[in-house]
Design a protein around this ligand. Structure first.
Ligand code: NAG
Ligand code: NAG
Ligand code: NAG
Length: 620
């Protein structure tokens, strides 16, 4: 394997040199490739020698090397590398003595963005535990499901999560789950407190053999995604993936002197693996924000001398939507790393806020392929080239949007699209690009896989994303297929929403999909429903139902009443035509309803309401 890397490197680079010497992006491509390969070799050595230097090990090295350098800045308090090392030691000590945990156990963490999120996470990793990050927006039923699916027997909750906890506490007690809260006292019975115990705990490290691992495949985190079907799934994040994530900022040219602004939720891989992990790799500082705020964004950047920020497309849009002010280019931000900024917003962002390089990064939490747009080409999510294709065996195959199926040739195999055409992104699974799947069920993992794609016996991961590669090898994101869509930076699983909406008594069936709304990233949820015979539509009770069971981003914004459910040629619910037809009441004859937050009810969607949604006067 090791020598294969080198041979491939030499063969690849020399071909590249000959073929593309006059190609405009050559040197930038080469720089990134060299970094990718040197990091790849390091990981290959870990694999060969079974001496894995994990991201946590890197953190502890940094704590030795630069103990007094700020690691986290949060609400005007700076926590140095040493501070975080010591406090996470204390957390480890508390759980070591009193937590009944052993190496390899999984602990669930339900906490908002705050420094103790990091302290608890690292503390548990020091005990050799895997940590499952729970999304604090989700509601009781899904939350319990997440909890059970990662096999955790211990839950740690932040002090501001007591309401969510109250909802599920009886079920947790029933399952004999030990619950720990970041507080000094608790008035609820059967809950362990942490803060009081931390005070007395020593800040010495727990034995090092606990955190040691001999394989890059060892799970270190579980991060929930709503893959393609059903309730959220726990993607297994191995040491390998966390090491790869930690290289992202460095690969884009960030350095130890950078100050990274993290406003995205830590339970997602972007903030935790790329942001926090990336700072550890560099020995840099990050400014942690409880929640993104458009009005505080630039003042924070000035106050803390932020140089790099993490984004999703929505963040750039919200910043562009803020009223214009004097001196908007007056800051030290030079780079943004993230995903999903639309072309027009990208241009506007640069015009207004100055020469900031936006580095798009494509790669799903659990996926085995990643693209980087290190050139800063507006609109592209990434870039490929001759050599890249030899490292990452990915392909774009023909896909039939209307019927929601891959198009197969006469031999029953997939076919690649031509350059410039949209195709479904598949990525080959092999020892260099492994796929670690989901916790719990094998069938969930199997559903993401495609077998016999180009020949008998090959295996590919189906990313569910339609992409285009242009003549210059830039890669663009087109659409997401299958059973999820993005809204407000979160994945919405259509089957999960359909299950919740479908149980209401006056509905026979619900088909959930997302429609594009001008001025928004992603898709807004719509439920096409068929009423039970003799039943009317009750907008009030549907509102109360979704409000109780679904997180804000998953609640359908629109409802469309249909006489019967349309199905595709292969008896699946027809989504494509419905998605295409949108939500305009003047072109759709079915009755439409709109989720009106102010009236707490689904109200008829009139052309007046449609107009004010499209003109942006109502915020969805
Ligand atoms: C509950 O957990 C405790 C300690 O974790 C254990 O001693 C006890 O046997 C468990 N009870 C059941 C019913 O599983
Ligand atoms: C930001 O940079 C300026 C000038 O380099 C420096 O004077 C100031 O102390 C820095 N602020 C912080 C919070 O580090
Ligand atoms: C959305 O889903 C994809 C595909 O499962 C996953 O890789 C990605 O990390 C998810 N994103 C979020 C923000 O949950």
């Amino acid at each position: 394997m090791f020598s294969a890397w080198i041979t491939a490197l030499i063969a690849g680079v020399s071909t590249l040199v000959i073929q593309k010497l006059f190609f405009p992006y050559f040197w930038m491509d080469l720089k990134l490739l060299t970094k990718a390969i040197s990091y790849g070799i390091k990981i290959e050595i870990y694999k060969k020698t079974a001496k894995v230097v994990t991201v946590l090990d890197r953190f502890m090295q940094q704590a030795q090397k630069i103990p007094n350098k700020p690691f986290i800045i949060y609400e005007d308090n700076a926590f140095t590398y040493q501070d975080v090392d010591k406090r996470s030691n204390k957390v480890a000590q508390v759980f070591f003595k009193q937590g009944g945990l052993k190496k390899g156990d999984t602990v669930a963490l339900l906490m908002s963005n705050e420094p103790d999120f990091i302290n608890v996470w690292f503390g548990l990793c020091k005990l050799g535990c895997a940590v499952a990050f729970l999304n604090f927006n989700i509601k009781s039923r899904s939350l319990l499901h997440c909890f059970n699916s990662c096999g955790a027997k211990t839950l740690v909750v932040g002090s501001d999560m007591t309401d969510t906890l109250e909802d599920i506490l009886p079920n947790l007690h029933e399952d004999n789950i030990s619950v720990w809260i970041m507080a000094s006292e608790s008035h609820q019975p059967g809950i362990n407190t942490i803060l009081d115990k931390l005070e007395d705990a020593p800040d010495e490290p727990v034995p090092a053999h606990l955190r040691a691992t001999d394989s890059v495949k060892t799970p270190t985190l579980y991060i929930f995604t709503s893959g393609t079907t059903g309730l959220p799934k726990a993607a297994v994040i191995s040491q390998l993936q966390s090491l790869k994530g930690a290289a992202g900022l460095w690969a884009y040219g960030a350095t130890a002197d950078d100050i990274v602004y993290v406003t995205l939720p830590l339970y997602h891989s972007a903030a935790s693996l790329i942001g926090v992990g990336g700072c550890i790799e560099l020995g840099a500082t990050f400014v942690l924000k409880k929640k993104f705020s458009a009005s505080q964004f630039w003042s924070d950047c000035r106050k803390y001398n932020v140089t790099v920020f993490q984004y999703i497309g929505e963040i750039c849009r919200y910043l562009c939507n803020m009223p214009k002010k004097e001196g908007e280019k007056d800051h030290k931000v030079r780079m943004g790393v993230g995903n999903g900024v639309q072309q027009n917003i990208w241009k506007e962002f640069l015009d207004r806020f100055g020469d900031i390089k936006l580095c798009e990064l494509y790669g799903s939490t659990e996926g085995n392929v990643c693209f980087m747009n290190h050139i800063g080409k507006i609109g592209a999510v990434g870039r490929s080239n001759f050599f890249y294709k030899r490292i990452f065996k990915y392909c774009l195959v023909k896909y039939d949007m209307e019927n929601g199926e891959i198009i197969l040739n006469e031999q029953g195999f997939c076919e690649e699209v031509k350059k410039g055409e949209a195709g479904l992104l598949l990525s080959q699974i092999n020892s260099m690009s492994p796929f670690f799947g989901y916790a719990g069920s094998k069938s969930l993992t199997e559903k993401k896989l495609l077998r016999d794609v180009f020949m008998k016996g090959d295996v590919y991961l189906n990313t569910g994303d339609l992409m285009v590669e242009d003549q210059e090898d830039f890669i663009y994101f087109k659409d997401r297929i299958g059973d999820t869509f993005r809204w407000k930076g979160e994945n919405v699983s259509t089957t999960e929403v359909a299950d919740v909406v479908g149980i209401i008594d006056f509905l026979q069936e619900a088909n959930i999909y997302g429609v594009s709304v001008p001025g928004y990233e992603g898709k807004a949820g719509m439920a096409a429903v068929v009423l039970n015979p003799g039943c009317g539509f009750d907008g009030k009770s549907l509102y109360e139902h979704v409000e109780h069971y679904l997180p804000g981003y998953a609640r359908p914004r629109f409802v469309r009443i249909q006489k019967s459910m349309e199905i595709t040629g292969t008896f699946k619910q027809q989504k494509f035509r419905l998605v295409e037809s949108g939500f305009n009441p003047s072109t759709i004859t079915d009755s439409l309803y709109f989720l009106d937050e102010s009236q707490k009810c689904y109200v008829p969607l009139t052309t007046e309401i449609f107009d004010i949604i499209v003109s942006g006067q109502i915020k969805l």
